[in-house]
Design a protein around this ligand. Structure first.
Ligand code: HEM
Length: 190
């Protein structure tokens, strides 16, 4: 079920749904790759700050096993390095969807993932705000917004797929059930 096609379709669909203003673009890719050495030079500081924040908060710290941190640092280092190589094609986005879902098996939640995707954008953006009149920071912000959209969509899709195969119900019926559950819910405050 969660084969290569699943992740490619997932990436395609999430990218199509994103407003172009928010989605990582070809121009963003050019800016990012033009400054890949500068971005790479932030890698070590980023990795340390990323895990310091996760280890300082009991809820996220609890995800990790004893002595696991060096291994996790290495996976983030590799992720950053690989990201800065480009290209930002469907394979890259399908990989991000897969990376997002891998976290589910360790109980990493969307609030943790999406919060920390924004952390990466903020960390880099603050340090490179001056580059190309802010265009590099914007590119990184759209990169992480796109990664976030893949994480959220992957989460939803894997639950729909699991519910579909477990209950034997169609996707349409499952979606109608959600709509029904939301009847009467209002967006008004209070
Ligand atoms: C946007 C944010 C994040 C990125 C880009 C990221 C990236 C990665 C990557 C590339 C891997 C290796 C996947 C593989 O096996 O190939 C990984 C694994 C892992 N990450 Fe993250 N991560 C993020 C957020 C988090 C957060 C918030 C936590 C914990 C609260 C976390 C905990 C873990 C754990 C425990 C693994 C090992 C998963 C396993 O092998 O089962 N990550 N991460």
């Amino acid at each position: 079920m969660l084969d290569k096609d699943f992740f490619t379709r997932l990436a395609q669909s999430a990218l199509e749904q994103m407003p172009p203003e928010d989605r990582f673009s070809g121009e963003d890719a050019e800016v990012l790759l033009r400054h890949r050495d500068l971005l790479a030079s932030l890698g070590e500081e980023l990795v340390q700050a990323f895990y310091n924040a996760l280890f300082a908060h009991p809820t996220t710290r609890a995800v990790f096993r004893e002595g696991e941190r060096p291994k996790r640092e290495e996976t983030l280092r590799t992720w950053w390095r690989r990201t800065l190589e480009g290209p930002f094609d469907l394979d890259y986005w399908a990989w991000q969807a897969r990376v997002g879902l891998i976290h589910l098996r360790r109980g990493v939640t969307n609030p943790m993932m999406l919060g920390h995707a924004a952390f990466v954008a903020r960390f880099v953006g603050e340090r490179l705000a001056h580059v190309e009149e802010g265009r590099l920071a914007q590119a990184v912000s759209r990169l992480m917004a796109t990664v976030s959209s893949l994480i959220a969509e992957g989460y939803k899709e894997v639950f729909v797929e699991a519910a579909r195969s477990f209950t034997g119900q169609s996707r349409e019926l499952l979606e109608r059930t959600v709509t029904l559950a939301l009847e009467g819910v209002s967006g008004r405050r209070g």
